[in-house]
Write a protein that binds this ligand. Sequence first.
Ligand code: FES
Ligand code: FES
Length: 211
Amino acid sequence: MSEARRFPVSRRGVIAGGTASVAAANLPWSDVKAQQVERSVEPPSVSVSLNINGEERDLELDTRVTLLDALREHVGLTGTKKGCDHGQCGACTVMVNGERVNSCLSLAVMHEGDEITTIEGLGTPDALHPMQAAFVKHDGYQCGYCTPGQICSAVAVLQEIERGIPSHVTDDLLADMQPTNMEMRERMSGNICRCGAYSNIAEAMADVAEG
Ligand code: FES
Ligand code: FES
């Protein structure tokens, strides 16, 4: 076996590491401490004001905190779920100024002054939002993990259709937009349900759209 394979660390590396250790060992304790403090510099944080479910919230956040983590970890609104944390499942969907957003893909500091609506802001157990009531009526969930995201998305989807915003399956851009089964299913395609409650979710949405 060659020397390089038997000793994966080179002689030069060993000498360099040894020299650094000796140098550190010769430093006074206060200098070592100062070096450690310098290495553990606090991450940058900023103040951000969000209007969450109609309530003004002033937060001090690390600039890398996502809107999802701000809601769950800093505000305590755990209704919004973390599924993939990569923009692939839609479990984290909330509405920002009336439009649906994957909150795991959006930094909280980008939303200064924005109006955020989470599942907690749509209805309460005693006064359900019509979409929440329709999900219950049509059995639009099983485990329920994807449900807050599904409901926020469904509410925003019907508003999109009402505003005439076209989708990938819209045939006639000049005709009045209708909440057809195809339109709703296409627009909900970013919300994954591992339990496969899709047909019941579509029925719930159709019920609200008709209502
Ligand atoms: S957790 Fe955001 S898309 Fe999956
Ligand atoms: S209800 Fe279980 S993942 Fe959708």
